[in-house]
Design a protein around this ligand. Structure first.
Ligand code: FNR
Length: 388
């Protein structure tokens, strides 16, 4: 039988009979409040902040309120099955840990990437590991256990370095390559600008570079001897404004499933398809990159249509099980959780991430139970009504 994620609810109520209440927050608002209290101010503003006045970031969340799930009664939803298949992987649910580049510094020990990988191992929720981690990708992969890992690549301008990172990800057992296209230059982020704080430029979360033989060969001294040179070299190789002419090169990097992250326009979907990608990742980077854009969920239906059967991943604005269910109904094959799990990490480390993942899945499962949609396949656009 498929796992009934909603059972987390019963577990919490039964624990309450013995006088135990949950250690970790049950609402996103409380999670956010406690994460702010837990994190150093510079890390908090980097994680919570976004581009411009953060209108797009907020709209990513509120846009979901314009959609409502239509309840169906007596629909046989006593058992739910949230399982999906993605690139040949049998997943118990369509939830993913979206790549977040500063997980490492969200825990006091500086090893937040490893804590998240352990949470993935405990829940089976796949982790998309960022290029920008505080521990090398090999160490992250080791903690994943049997949970699938996908590797997110920011393709450096130095192609030899890009190839080295991909070879390492393959060797470490990552099952897909997610290339992020929307962050070759950093968006205008007033919160970080006002404190002149950008973690990578302070040498944080660059372990994949400092552990890479190609990157190290570019340095005159070892990273330990000359940390400032690491940052200078990173700032040189990181910006890489790709064009569609580079897609054959990206495709040639790996025979693993290749996904492009940051796609929102149907024409870009068609170009990606024509270039042989295996999946599209519809996202506006949580509104961190460009203010003034549409909420990402508004782009999803057009992306799904243009994808024409190719898997479409989605993130940006998912805060609870309700947004997960709505994104699935609008055609997402799987859905990435971003800030909520980073906050869970800040508040409670590995256990905090597990709690956030279990809560999102429990809520989604119970919505599907109450509203009469027993499987992911039952969640179609017809299950939703749009408010004008
Ligand atoms: C991100 N995101 C991101 N994406 C990516 O492809 N590589 C990365 O290294 C990062 N780093 C990163 C850091 C932080 C602090 C955040 C909050 C986000 C974007 C992430 O994958 C996802 O698109 C957003 O988090 C989705 O928005 P919400 O739902 O978190 O608001």
């Amino acid at each position: 039988m498929a796992p009934q994620f909603g059972d987390y609810q019963l577990e919490i109520y039964l624990n309450g009979l013995g006088g135990t209440v949950p250690d970790h927050p049950m609402t996103f608002a409380e999670l956010e409040r406690r994460a702010e209290a837990a994190l150093p101010p510079g890390v908090w503003s980097y994680v919570a902040g976004g581009a411009g006045d953060e209108h797009t970031q907020r709209a990513n969340v509120t846009a979901f309120e314009r959609w409502g799930l239509v309840p169906r009664m007596m629909a046989g939803a006593a058992q739910r099955d949230l399982s999906v298949e993605l690139f040949g992987l049998a997943l118990a649910s369509p939830l993913l840990l979206a790549p977040v580049g500063v997980l490492g510094i969200c825990t006091p020990d500086g090893h937040g990437d490893l804590a998240v990988a352990r949470a993935a191992a405990r829940t089976g929720v796949p982790m998309i590991a960022s290029t920008l981690s505080a521990d090398p990708l090999e160490a992250v992969a080791k903690e994943l256990g049997t949970a699938p890992g996908l590797f997110q690549l920011y393709p450096p301008g130095d192609r030899e370095l890009a190839e080295s990172l991909v070879r390492r990800a393959e060797a470490a057992g990552f099952t897909a390559l997610v290339v992020t296209l929307d962050t070759w230059v950093t968006g205008w982020r007033p919160r970080d600008l006002s404190t002149a704080n950008f973690p990578q430029l302070r040498g944080k979360c660059l372990a994949n570079y400092t552990s890479d033989p190609v990157f190290r060969a570019r340095l005159a001294k070892t990273p330990e001897e000359d940390p400032a040179a690491v940052v200078r070299e990173w700032a040189t190789v990181f910006p890489n404004a790709l064009s569609w002419a580079d897609l054959p090169w990206l495709r040639s990097l790996t025979s693993l499933p290749l996904l492009l992250k940051g796609i929102q326009h149907p024409e870009d979907v068609r170009r990606a398809r024509d270039g042989g990608v295996d999946g599209i990742y519809c996202s506006n980077h949580g509104g961190r990159q460009a203010n003034g854009g549409l909420p990402a969920i508004e782009a999803l239906p057009g992306v799904v249509e243009a994808a024409d059967g190719l898997p479409v991943l989605f993130d940006s604005g998912v805060r609870s099980g309700a947004e997960l269910v709505k994104a699935l109904a609008l055609g997402a094959s799987a859905v990435g959780l971003g800030r909520p799990y980073a906050y869970g990490l800040a508040v409670g480390g590995e256990d905090g991430v597990v709690h956030v993942l279990r809560s999102v899945l429990a809520e989604a499962d119970l919505l599907m139970a109450v509203d009469g949609y027993p499987t992911v396949a039952d969640l179609t656009p017809q299950a939703l009504r749009r408010l004008s």
